[in-house]
Design a protein around this ligand. Sequence first.
Ligand code: 9MJ
Length: 670
Amino acid sequence: MSVDDNNKRIEKLRALINEHNYRYHVLDDPSVSDAEYDRLFKQLLELERAHPELTTPDSPTQRIGAKPLASFPEIKHEVPMLSLENAFTPEDMLAFDRRVRERLGVDEVVYLAETKIDGLAISLLYEHGALIRAATRGDGTSGEDVTQNVRTIRSVPLTLRGPEIPALIEVRGEVYMSKAGFHKLNQEQQKIESKVFANPRNAAAGSLRQLDPAITAKRPLAFYAYGIGQFSTDFMADTHAALLQQLKSMGMPISPETKTVTGVDGCFDFYRRTANRRAQIPYEIDGVVFKVNDRRLQEQLGFISRAPRWAIAYKFPPQETVTTVLAIDVQVGRTGALTPVARLDPVSVGGVTVTNATLHNEDEILRKDVRMGDTVVIHRAGDVIPEVVRVITDRRPAKTAKFVMPAHCPVCGSAVKREAEEAVARCSGGLYCPAQCIQAILHFASRRAMDIDGLGDKLVEQLFQRQLIANVADLYGLAIEQIAYLDRMGTKSAANLIAALEKSKATEFDRFIYALGIRGVGEATARNLAMHFDTLEKLSQAGVEELERVPDVGPVIANQIKNFFDEKHNQAIIDRLLAAGIHWAPSATSTTAQRLRGKTFVLTGTLAAMTRDEAKHRLQSLGAKVSNSVSRKTDYVVSGEETGSKLRKARELGVAVIDEKSFLKLLEEK
Ligand code: 9MJ
């Protein structure tokens, strides 16, 4: 083949790879599988190796390659990289909007709303479409030249695309690490006993400031553009929204979480919606940003010192705060697992007062070396239990002692045992231990088990301590007058509880199995057991071998199930429960009702008609399997609003995608 032919092939491959990159990183709509992409990439690599003279710096193979640096050269920003003014309260937002309206002499302003990505600000300079320099924000006037590291970030285009590439444009945005990428990186770091990062922002900053670009290349960094710095006269956009669209058409990734909103009410609405969806957004955000959409109006408003007058960052309340550890208690769980819990000097984190934080287990508390009296950073996200992130050792008082796991259960005094392979230490008291009894009752009553409304921990503790109940079967023998005189109860709440107990008697077989609290039998295993055995009698008499035929049941769990049913005490309780009237419809899990048996579903995005949990339950009750990730074995992907990578994967693998309407129809079919 002639040099010309080779060059043509190389250029064709580069164009193809760039196109696939664009579809993947910018449009979120890839048209080839990862394997196909890798194959093309390898082809290009081999051709360039055979013909080094045909390799160009903008080739997609040239992301990595530069040698480690001794330091990062300083660069000056032609147009200063400004920061944003912050708003922390609705009043701050109202004041911002008022200032903007008054200065412009208008009644209402249209804003472009964006998420405030928690990464680090970067400037990318493109000359005639080629990336020639990347720099950190630094102090806003000058930053560090991190070009060779930024080149390794796959979502940063090395060349701009399209017919209207300006002679010069400086794209600004955020380099960040997705939550998933961050967790994966930390797991790997832990494995090689290397530094773990406190949060995705630190991980992104640490990765970008590596002097060796080969290390940066291995880190899961990504980029979203949200603005521009200097640009030549051939670039034009009337609004900020149009500017983002133009950047996107040139190959720049833009966050899908952007929206034009009208007036301050539109801002509040966006803020609320985003705060509610925060946990589902795949990258960490610390607030939302509002920018006056009309760029002429932006110019009219201008700047104050270091920030534009036309933009504001409305921050979410912090999820982390600092407090002191008053004591470390050890809690006993349903299976006897001992969990150390830090009792904290009460603090407000994100609007909620936190008084306890979990320390997970013995290894975790020793790794973090949390001691009584320590000043600690605590983190609270969504509905999960707050946790201690780290100790501020500089503030440790004199004479503190390392935590020691007690040798005896703090509740019942039984010996504490820890199996060689397990991270948890357990109380060996079993149902002799009041803590384990109370937890077992609470588990039995919980929403996803017997769903006994109103039977919370305070009530169960009282019932237990007053010896009105000793186990779950006793619940169904309670009378109104026994409950009515308890603390915080009365005749009405007592009657409600009795009604809830009555209602719970009509249940489902798998819920009942789960409610028994057999060690190792979670919801999924309970469902599999119900499906396999269809009657309680068959299940309770099954041998280990038979049990092991059930999906997800290995020898350890099979033995635990067998031991549970062999225990006479357990059998007596089950008999009493059935005698009290607990029943389930045999058809609920029998094969006749299993219309979707053998089908695997993946749910993605939000559904309007029900929560994802409900959808999952409905599918499972029809015999379907619900999986978290899309694979070739997936039969259907149910796509709600605002979906992402799962939908992409489904398209890649040719898996059927159905929308909410079709999904509801499928559930309703007879
Ligand atoms: C972040 N961090 O997501 C800006 N930002 O605009 C967004 N930061 C910004 N905009 C002007 N979405 C200066 C900084």
